[in-house]
Write a protein that binds this ligand. Structure first.
Ligand SMILES: [Zn+2]
Length: 279
C-alpha cells in the first residue's frame, strides 16, 4: 500500500526480538507505510568481545525476517551507538579503539550495499566531560570518513544542536569528505530545519513537528525512533506515526502533493538513491 503514489518511509525505526517485532511492522504497514530504515539497538547483555559482530548480525537477521514475512521494504543502518562508549569504558576496554573497530567492520557491508547508512553515530545526547566529547568526535569522524568513502549517508545521534554545533558538524563532514546533505541529524528539531544548515534533518513524526516543519518550507525526513520496548510504553510515538502524518499532509494541506514529494521522494532519493522511492 502506498499513500497518493508515494512510498512512505520511516527514517528511524528499531526492532527487538522480544518486542512487538513483526507486529509493529504490521501496524506500520496497515496505516499505509512502505519502507523502514532499521537501525541497530544497543544490548549490553552481549559481552564486549564480539559486541559489534553480534549486534550487526542480529539486526541483519531481523531485517531478513521482516522482508520475508511482510510486504515492507527494510533498509538497514548499522553503527556504534554513542552510549556504547560508557559500556566499554566500564568494562575497562578502550572505547575509541573498540568503536572504531566497530566502524571498520562496516566496510564490507557498505561495499556490498547491505547497509544504506552508517548510524546512529555521534556523541551522547546529554552533557559529558571534554574527554568523552573529544573521543566521541574522534569516533564520529572515522564514521563520517567511512560514509564518504562508500557514498552512503551518516545518521547522527547527538545532543540538541544549536547553530554553532551545526556548523561544527558541517566542518567535520567537509574534513571527512562527506557532502553535508549526506549527514542526517536524527531527532532534529524544527529550529534545526529553519537554520541555514545544509545537513539533512530527520524529524520526529509528531503533529506539531510536522506542522512546524512544513511552515519552514524546507525538505525533511520523518521518523518515529520507535524502540519496540514493551517496558517503556508511552515513551515513544507509535510505529504507525509516519503514515499517519502522511495522511495528515494529504488531509490538511492544499499543496499536499508538493510536500509529500519533498518528504517521501525527492529528499530520500537524494540521500539514499531513487530505487526504493520511485514508483
Ligand atoms: Zn535510535
Amino acid at each position: 500500500m502506498t499513500i497518493e503514489n508515494f512510498r512512505i518511509l520511516d527514517n528511524h525505526f528499531h526492532l527487538r526480538l522480544d518486542g512487538l517485532y513483526l507486529d509493529a511492522v504490521k501496524v506500520f504497514k496497515k496505516a499505509g507505510g512502505d519502507i523502514i530504515n532499521l537501525v541497530n539497538l544497543p544490548d549490553y547483555t552481549i559481552p564486549p568481545s564480539q559486541y559489534y559482530e553480534q549486534i550487526y548480525d542480529r539486526t541483519l537477521r531481523m531485517a531478513a525476517f521482516v522482508r520475508e514475512n511482510s510486504h515492507i521494504k527494510v533498509m538497514v543502518t548499522l553503527g556504534p551507538y554513542p552510549l556504547d562508549y560508557f559500556y566499554f569504558k566500564n568494562s575497562s576496554i578502550d572505547p575509541v579503539k573498540k568503536m572504531i573497530d566497530g566502524i571498520t567492520i562496516l566496510e564490507k557491508y557498505a561495499r556490498d550495499n547491505i547497509i544504506c547508512a552508517i548510524g546512529e553515530i555521534g556523541r551522547p545526547h546529554f552533557d559529558v566531560d571534554t574527554l568523552v566529547k573529544e573521543e566521541s568526535n574522534q569516533i564520529l569522524f572515522r564514521g563520517l570518513q567511512l560514509a564518504a568513502d562508500n557514498k552512503i549517508p551518516a545518521i547522527l545521534h547527538t545532543e540538541d544542536l544549536d547553530v554553532n554545533a551545526l556548523s561544527e558538524l558541517h566542518s567535520m563532514g567537509i574534513r571527512a569528505g562527506i557532502t553535508p546533505h549526506m549527514i542526517i541529524k536524527h531527532h532534529a528539531t524544527v529550529s534545526n530545519l529553519s537554520s541555514e544548515s545544509d545537513l539533512s534533518m530527520s524529524i520526529l513524526a509528531t503533529r506539531p513537528n510536522l506542522r512546524g516543519s512544513i511552515e519552514t518550507g524546507k525538505s525533511f525526513l520523518l521518523e518515529t525512533d520507535y524502540v519496540d520496548d514493551p517496558s517503556k510504553p508511552g515513551k515513544v510515538i507509535a510505529p504507525d506515526s509516519v503514515p499517519r502524518r502522511a495522511l495528515m499532509i494529504r488531509g490538511e494541506y492544499a499543496n499536499y502533493e508538493k510536500i509529500m514529494s519533498d518528504v517521501f521522494l525527492s529528499l530520500p532519493s537524494r540521500i539514499y538513491g531513487k530505487d526504493l522511492f520511485e514508483m
